[in-house]
Design a protein around this ligand. Structure first.
Ligand SMILES: [Zn+2]
Length: 148
């Protein structure tokens, strides 16, 4: 797994290429996938982040993200849409962020930095986000590491 790898899931080749260009200029290693290939691709490469387009011909992006999170909860999942979406529309979905396309290169750069520079630590047992210093998970009580 590389913290620079980002998958793009979009059924529009043109939009994928535009986004890939922006991501590469932001120092990311962007890889184009689609809604049919993504689960297979994730078995080979574990990216830090997946950016999924909302409206696609065969499937909406929120469903794709749900499938990814079910299997790989640690991957940051971003929903991209050309219309204004709010997180409130997706209560119960594990969408980390929503971005509006076309994306501002600066905005996407900041977002990528936010998620890739602070590596989140997750409890292996309950997958809740925990602080680096914890010895016992405050959510499920699982012992996390031995004291030095
Ligand atoms: Zn836990």
């Amino acid at each position: 797994m590389s913290r620079n790898d980002v998958f793009i899931v979009n059924d529009s080749k043109f939009e994928s290429i535009v986004l890939k260009d922006i991501l590469i200029k932001s120092g990311m290693n962007a890889i184009i996938s689609d809604e049919h290939m993504i689960m297979k691709d994730l078995r080979n490469i574990k990216p830090a982040m997946v950016i999924v387009n909302y409206i696609m011909k065969d499937m909406t992006g929120d469903k794709v993200i749900e499938a990814i999170k079910k299997r790989f909860p640690e991957i940051i999942c971003i929903l991209a849409s050309s219309s204004d979406l709010s997180k409130n529309q997706f209560i119960g979905y594990r969408i980390d962020e929503i971005i509006k396309i076309p994306v501002e290169p600066n905005h996407i750069k900041k977002m990528v930095e936010k998620y890739t520079s602070t590596q989140k630590r997750l409890c292996m047992h309950c997958k809740m986000e925990i602080e680096e210093t914890f010895y016992i998970c405050p959510y499920c009580g699982e012992k996390l590491k031995n004291r030095a």
